[in-house]
Design a protein around this ligand. Sequence first.
Ligand SMILES: Cc1ncc(COP(=O)(O)O)c(C=O)c1O
Length: 416
Amino acid sequence: MNMDKAQKQIIDINMEENRRSEIRKIFDRTPMYNLSALEIDGRKIRVSKNHWVIDFASCNYLGLDLDPEMDDDVSSNIKKWGVHPSWCRLVASPEIYDELERKLAELIGTETTLILPTVTLISIGVIPALMGKSGVMFLDKSAHETMYEAGKIARDSGAELESYKQDDFATLEDLLIKHKNNPRKLIIVDGVYSMTGDYADLPKLVELAKKYDAMVYVDDAHGFGVVGEKPDERNPQGYKGNGVVKYYGMSYDNIIYVGGCSKAYSSLAAFIGCTNEMKKFLEAFATPYDLSGPCPTASLATMLKGLEINEKRGDEYREKLWKLTERAIDGIRKLGFTVINKTGFPIVSVVIGDTDKLIDTANILYEKGILVTVAPFPMVKRGEECHRITLTSANTEQEVDQLIGAFAEIKKYLEK
Ligand SMILES: Cc1ncc(COP(=O)(O)O)c(C=O)c1O
């Protein structure tokens, strides 16, 4: 099909003016993007007639996507509710939502929760709703791009968007002082950072928030289901997977917590942990609640079942996850690579530091049967181009050893 002139102009000009063109250009140079998964077997994926890759790009951290216990509950709920309740939530919600919202609130320890389909939708609905026409946002520069997008929407209505470097609390405090008379202040951070596995320093952030009457918006898309309360030697990221606020043993004062279910819980859903008053406010003010569609029934059912499995076996899965992650980090570090990971969280970024080498090494990984997330600029800063490995409890030690073996091949290539 020929491209019409209008389409061609739009694509060409955007390719010139937007740094995302660097991602588009990579599509033609590596098989590691836009793969079709033809078959899966545990964490192995068949991607062509005879080529299988081991999946180190999945964020199904607890392996619930493969759990045989999921099936029955999904079909019984679909029988009961149909595949998709197509009301926006303002109009009606199947009662399974009430049960889920109650159970999520119990798990994370908030008064209530409010479920919407994705963390992205929550951010673009909730952040502008909180900021109104003149609030001020303090955005951590390392926070997820989707919150920056949400911040820009809020800015379009008149709110101000300030930014500061991750953990630069002196700058953050200066900004809070600058805006001290603004009654709507929101500090915006990742709970667990998506490229480094760092944890937001919530004790420090909340201390500042309390001092200047601000709120901290915590996007815990990765942390929920993985990190949790009372960390100790056996489970250094804590128990129950009830999120980064519980990991620090903190209350939810001055916090608006957002948990994602599309990672650890393998379900298209996300939720806000908040007070009853905030929930009612968001039901009226956040557009994804009153103008957009709800989660598919299957996702609600897998979420509910996931919570049950989490109660029974979650800590066992998490213990396995820490061990696999440690094995991967140690093995790759021993080869001499710079591995970004100071927390032990199952996001392990191996720095390659140059786009051409990144692509060449991605191709080696692919040949050696390994799938990772290839992260060029602008996904990361220039010089920090990396392969992001994510581990799940459904991976095996043998698979991790194969991953390390593939990096040994990369090492040889880089030393040539
Ligand atoms: C920190 C963070 N926030 C938000 C998202 C988007 O989550 P969702 O798919 O639920 O919109 C991601 C996805 O990778 C993420 O890493």
